[in-house]
Design a protein around this ligand. Structure first.
Ligand SMILES: [Zn+2]
Length: 124
């Protein structure tokens, strides 16, 4: 299937972004301590440099770190939505972004609701 650009945003739209991806047909529920509390449904893919564009909102983004501080958890300072994250340590990971599926437009409602295509990532 052909790749296309998917657009996403925080709730107040101060932060807008896009990812270039194969059709997004599944999602996962991460069970780490922060994702459990937020109830996040994440993309199955991590997107490399060039497949992610932060279009607006650099000044609106804040970063939360915890534990080993290996992940930048970005959230909007205005509405509090957490649309994506990336890694802090490995050069091959720093620009990889995993998006919150609920922040994306043009994704099927089945995917957004965490239907049977949703998987659970086992982690800390
Ligand atoms: Zn916002």
């Amino acid at each position: 299937m052909a790749k296309r650009w998917y657009e996403g945003s925080c709730h107040c739209r101060a932060v807008t972004f896009a990812i270039h991806s194969e059709p997004i047909v599944g999602a996962m529920r991460c069970n780490c301590s922060i994702c459990r509390r937020k109830g996040l449904v994440m993309s199955l893919e991590y997107y490399p440099p060039g497949a992610f564009e932060l279009r607006t909102g650099t000044q609106a983004l804040a970063i939360y770190h915890f534990d080993e501080k290996s992940v930048n958890h970005y959230f909007c300072k205005h509405c509090g939505v957490y649309p994506f994250h990336d890694g802090t340590q490995s050069p091959t990971v720093t620009t990889i972004v995993s998006t919150s599926v609920a922040s994306m437009r043009s994704i099927s409602s089945d995917c957004r609701s965490g239907s049977s295509t949703a998987k659970t990532r086992g982690s800390t």
